[in-house]
Design a binder for this molecule. Structure first.
Ligand SMILES: Nc1nc2c(ncn2[C@@H]2O[C@H](COP(=O)(O)OP(=O)(O)OP(=O)(O)O)[C@@H](O)[C@H]2O)c(=O)[nH]1
Length: 380
């Protein structure tokens, strides 16, 4: 149980994203002023913002650290590491950290920081990427800026805010659109970012032990309740890759998808077979693969390694639970771009129907090839 102990001694970090005006400041203000018994250190990115944000947060008597740089996508990681290190020297003064990204930020590099930097990894863990969505302006923002899709694609949980400004029909439509982009995230509706703070933070969304909800994603996403997975006993055969040598360099996470379109694909998928992606989004989408037959562990590992090495820049998030032939425990994995984490855990119960399921969220996903690759791993 060593890892369980160490996870609990690490400080949880919530990365908060959301397009301009979605309600991030409103939410932060709630987090910092409501009486929930927790102390949060907040890292605010100043980019494009004005002083009032500061006043709000400082006034709430919390620790505030700012990142003063322009391009979050390429350069914030070094700053973030430094700020996190500074914060961790004051460990004990707060229970959790919230990183607010700018409305224009690609959450990828920020999320990757928590898997790449050894020091950060040793002291903190990414609890969730939480995206705020402005129900009223979502559709126009989607058209205006690709980062909106990235924020949704990366999110573990979405707060669908400003519900007061749209009709129930419009709200359902926006929610379906979000669900089409990301079948895994939980979605909470809110007015003035009024969600239950306790339900928002400390959810362990990146914790491999809490991914059982993926099994239910066809319905509602991984609605991992608090009691999900608490009793698991791990085997801790932790498997952690960084396929891109460039990522190994300290303070540098400029990956290929860093804000610039280097990738030219033939757009062969005019026809969208995605059964969980009811509304066509020509770029970012999700593909869900499943099988009730066990997979060959060696073949699957090789496939996912090669897939992420080749397509990592396009794959924003992936999660899965795999029934490995001859293995009593389920293999659980998740990836952020090329960074893959997987471990064996939670033995299948005798009464349980075993299954394998993998969900990929990304751009230019070739569903036919993904499906063929996955199915080739089925143990014959
Ligand atoms: N009607 C309505 N207005 C809201 C709601 N939530 C936030 N607002 C308002 O929307 C505006 C933008 O909210 P902020 O919390 O500043 O949004 P933000 O994401 O921090 O915005 P940026 O800092 O520009 O990225 C503010 O005037 C809020 O008062 C809501 O649920 N309904």
């Amino acid at each position: 149980m060593a890892d369980t102990a160490s996870i609990s001694s690490k400080t949880p970090v919530t990365v908060l994203t959301g397009y301009l005006g979605a309600g991030k400041t409103t939410l932060l203000n709630r987090i910092l002023s409501e009486n929930h018994g927790q102390k949060y250190a907040v890292i605010v990115n100043e980019f494009g913002e004005i002083g009032i944000d500061n006043d709000l947060i400082v006034g709430a008597d919390e620790e505030v650290f700012e990142m003063n740089n322009g391009c979050v996508c390429c350069t914030v990681r070094g700053d973030l590491i430094r700020i996190l290190q500074g914060l961790m020297r004051r460990k004990g003064k707060f229970d959790a950290i919230i990183v607010e990204t700018t409305g224009l930020a690609d959450p990828g590099p920020v999320a990757q920081t928590f898997f790449v930097d050894e020091d950060v990894k040793a002291k903190t863990y990414l609890d969730s990427v939480t995206a705020l969505v402005d129900a009223k302006h979502f559709k126009s923002a989607l058209d205006a800026d690709r980062v909106v899709k990235e924020q949704i694609a990366f999110a573990d949980q979405v707060i669908l805010n400003k519900t007061d400004l749209v009709t129930p029909e419009e709200l359902n439509e926006v929610e379906a659109r979000i669900r089409g982009l990301n079948p895994l995230a939980t979605i909470q509706r809110a007015e003035r970012s009024g969600v239950d703070i306790k339900s928002l933070l400390n959810q362990h969304r990146f914790d491999l032990s809490k991914m059982d909800g993926i099994a239910n994603h066809d319905d509602h996403g991984p609605d991992c309740a608090d009691d999900c997975g608490h009793d698991y006993h791990y085997d801790h055969s932790h498997h952690h890759h960084d396929h891109n040598p460039a990522h190994g360099e300290a303070g540098h996470v400029h990956d290929e998808h860093c804000g610039h379109d280097h990738h030219h694909h033939d757009h062969g998928h005019a026809h969208d077979h995605g059964h969980i992606n009811p509304i066509h989004d020509n770029e970012i989408r999700s593909v869900s693969l499943s099988s009730d037959k066990p997979l060959d562990g060696v073949r699957f590992t090789k496939w996912i390694d090669q897939l992420l090495a080749a397509k990592g820049p396009d794959i924003l998030r992936a999660k899965g639970i795999i029934d490995v032939a001859g293995e009593d425990k389920r293999l659980v994995f998740q990836a952020v771009h090329m960074i893959l984490e997987g471990e064996l855990q939670a033995p299948w119960k005798d009464s349980e129907n075993r299954f394998s399921r993998a969900v990929f969220i990304g751009r230019h996903l070739d569903e036919v090839a993904l499906r063929a690759g996955f199915e080739a791993c089925i143990k014959v």
